[in-house]
Write a protein of this length. Structure first.
Length: 498
């Protein structure tokens, strides 16, 4: 197993485990605290996603620089100084985030969210605790980016698995044994944020190559990565507008209860990114190395293999979840009301997320060349054209309109951005991406999962439904893997090896 395969395998196991830890406890959180309190957890997630604009693309820049410098000799001091420089900026941003949320808590509690069970005073107090938790968690993305660039995904995923387990189990114990309130939940988030950030910082500094001198802040190094980071920052700002505007509007115009349902469906759909990032983190450093060395033929092969692997991993799961969303939500929550209010949303959101996932590898290919202009301009056009659509659809059609906007946005990326990218990078590979990398596995999923949907009987018990969905999921994944060229060759290699 080469380093790319090892990293992808580690990322896949780690992210799937984190997804399971995140999803397993949600029904219990709702049981202890209620759907309104879970809506506040959605506010927490929305604020975290919105503050990504302060990231300024620096964690992505660090990943790129660590991967690039790691294959060049005599760069040990530069690597250490760069980490120190970005670390200073990140902790300053963390302090600003915490202060901003604490100061803004009264406005959000009294003038933004609409709650019927939680008092504005309790919401305000919870928001203040959120601010501290976000500030302490914020620098962890920088340290994770550095470890990814050093291709230490096995270690990184071991840490993430441990922290996610402690986060979920600890929160449940706090709600069960100490305080079944949203305040108790967020106090635990402060504790786990300190643990997470501290561990990641320790191991990043430990894994950096030994430098001659003590690491120090360097304006020169910051300026060296600033152009790339600025491009990423611009992309991020626009992406935050496109991905969070629906949630911001819903949290304002609808009740905290309805927002909680939307967040619940969105949480499941967004967990597809666990699989997406498993491939991204393993492939991105290698794409950077290949572009740095000018190995275009190797880059072409790696690109298509990665795109096909992405399709095989995310499309079967998307098909099953979209076609059986009501059954899945009912089995998971054991609550018919929750299932009825979330299943259609889940079907729409998971399709939009899958389309976004298909675009991740073309996006990483652009970043490996240091080319950020295309994604920035496409996001800018999307904000101009689709921003008003998102506002209108969400305001007029509520949660369903918001979910539909997510599909339209990512469908536009697939149709228009990929051809534009391949006019400059890997110019002859556009149709290979559409046909072999996307359409072939998608057709396999639609036929297999679609037939499975036709044969589902409504009178099945929950136990039989679980077995049926598990078998159908395995069959859909197997058929997709066999039909897709890259995974078919890999499976043939395993068979010959046996």
């Amino acid at each position: 197993m080469n380093i790319i395969q090892r990293n992808i395998a580690a990322n896949f196991v780690g992210n799937i485990w984190q997804a399971l830890m995140g999803l397993a406890f949600i029904p219990l959180y709702i049981k202890f605290m209620g759907i309104e309190s879970y809506g506040l957890i959605g506010i927490f997630a929305t604020l975290q996603a919105t503050f990504v604009v302060l990231n300024m693309g620096l964690n992505t820049a660090l990943t790129r620089e660590m991967a690039r410098l790691s294959v060049l000799s005599g760069k040990e001091q530069e690597m250490s100084d760069l980490v120190r420089s970005l670390e200073v900026i990140y902790w300053a941003a963390a302090a600003f985030i915490g202060l901003f949320v604490v100061i803004g808590a009264p406005f959000i509690a009294h003038h933004w969210v609409k709650a019927s069970q939680l008092s504005p005073e309790n919401i305000e107090q919870a928001l203040r605790i959120m601010g501290f938790a976000m500030a302490l968690q914020w620098p962890s993305s920088l340290y994770s980016g550095g470890l990814e660039g050093l291709q230490t995904q096995v270690l990184l995923n071991f840490i993430n698995m441990g922290v996610s387990t402690i986060r979920g189990v600890g929160a449940l114990l706090v709600l069960w044994l100490v305080s079944p309130t949203i305040l108790g939940f967020f106090v635990w988030q402060i504790i786990i944020s300190v643990i997470n950030t501290g561990i990641l910082a320790f191991f990043l500094w430990q894994r950096l190559p030994q430098a001659r001198n003590k690491a120090s802040f360097s304006k020169v190094l910051i300026l060296g990565v600033w152009r790339f980071a600025a491009g990423i920052s611009g992309i991020t700002v626009l992406a935050v507008i496109l991905t969070q505007l629906d949630k911001i509007i819903i949290s304002k115009v609808l009740s905290l209860e309805l927002f909680g349902y939307y967040v619940l469906a969105s949480t499941i759909a967004m967990n597809l990114y666990r699989v997406i990032y498993s491939v991204n983190s393993g492939i991105y450093p290698r794409l950077i190395q290949l572009t740095s060395l000018g190995e275009e033929e190797g880059l072409k092969k790696t690109y298509h293999k990665s795109c096909q692997l992405m399709s095989v991993l995310i499309l079967p799961a998307t098909g099953i979840i979209a076609m059986f969303s009501y059954q899945i939500m009912l089995i998971w929550t054991q609550n018919p009301l929750v299932a009825e209010n979330t299943h259609f949303l889940l079907s729409i959101l998971i399709c939009g997320t899958a389309l976004n996932g298909l675009m991740n590898m073309p996006y990483l290919l652009q970043l490996s060349y240091g080319w950020t202009k295309l994604t920035f301009m496409s996001n800018l056009i999307a904000v101009i054209l689709l921003g008003p659509l998102i506002i209108y659809a969400t305001s007029q059609y509520g949660v369903n309109g918001a979910a539909g906007s997510w599909v339209i946005l990512n469908g536009g990326y697939v149709l228009f951005v990929v051809p534009l990218m391949h006019r400059r990078i890997l110019k002859s590979e556009k149709w290979s991406w559409y046909w072999q990398d996307v359409f072939v596995p998608l057709l396999a999923v639609l036929l297999t999962a679609g037939l499975g949907r036709l044969f589902l009987r409504t009178q099945m018990s929950q136990g039989m439904t679980i077995v049926y969905l598990m078998v159908l999921s395995i069959v859909t994944l197997a058929v997709t893997a066999i039909i897709t060229p890259t995974t078919r060759a890999w499976l043939r290699g395993i068979k010959l090896g046996c």
